[in-house]
Design a protein around this ligand. Sequence first.
Ligand code: ASP
Ligand code: MG
Length: 405
Amino acid sequence: MKIAVKKFGGTSVGSPERIKNIATRLIKAKKQFPNLVIVVSAMGATTDNLVKLAFEMSPTPCPREYDALISTGENVSAALLAMALNGAGTPAISLTGLQAGIKTENIYNRAKIIKVEPSRIYDELSKGKIVIVTGFQGVNHILDVTTIGRGGSDTSAVVLASVIGASECDICTDVDGVYTTDPRLVKNARKLDEISYDEMLELASLGAKVLHPRSVECAKENNIVIHVRSSFKDSEGTRVKEDTNLESQRPVTGITLNQEQATLSILKVPDTPGVAGVIFSRLAEKNINVDMIVQSINENKMNDVTYTIDKIDLDVAKKISQTICDDLHASRIEWDDNIAKLSVVGIGMVSKPGVAAKMFQVFGDHKINIKFISTSEIKISCVINKKDAQQALQYLHDAFELDKH
Ligand code: ASP
Ligand code: MG
């Protein structure tokens, strides 16, 4: 049985009209793909609102009930879409994670899917129905509802595609593909036809919101091509796939701008073994994700240690860092939340030297000061002043000629 899997995001099912519109599009699609499995997110801001409600009940909502609550947004959109289809005379059925056989680990809020038993899905398909599965949720071994982490419906769709033997998974969204950079910030940003898993993983982790990073990981592991495309148009989007036959001559594929970070420094930390371990394990204990780390050597066996974190963690990180500073007899802490991180990403840079040099030169030419630099094999990130960020993004996009094919 050849099955097509399509996932629709929260904006695409954000209102009754939009759900009806998706239904109309699916009725058309069914002529071409008789076996359709649809995965849906919750409508618009539903999940955010459910989260708010949970915290109104308790500052520390019980994880089991939290999942029982925030998973319901997907039940609503799945049922509504099935109603719209049935109402239009096309048989459809909504299935929850439990009914679709999605089994997860035995943890709440961020469980991994470990197995899918899709017999019910096949059953309903064989009756000619469009099957609509709730994204974002599964059940654990005692059939309690679990959720798989915010933004998880992309991953639900990719996992389902892999289990039922689809080679491609459509992720239908409110943009028509993956762009060289955010088209709202750079007018001549260009839609990419293809991008490799590794590049997409970097871009997604750096904050390109179009795909959830775990879904890309999952697609890579299972060799599923993700087709990111518009929910509202038939046009081709961007295929995320293994690095073959790509526009491989390009050294840079995309650029991201993250304005949601802050830096924190602990100044004049004694230069003794184990100190970095103390600092970063204390931050890790409080679940604070550290991104870039710079240690610079001072005179008199003292180091300044600076790191970047998500801005929302700044207050907590400040408190922890002050305690660390006191305990280690360092001099003081400093922070800056007027920063932005620009990252250029491309697998082509592995074989093409000079990408970093070019990036730094662009900043130099425009008198933009670089505060930090970090690199991986296929990425170079620079932290600069926030006020320069948007301009710098355009300069880089132009310098690497990303508007040209
Ligand atoms: N509704 C969930 C969320 O908002 C899952 C998703 O949209 O992918 O996080
Ligand atoms: Mg979403």
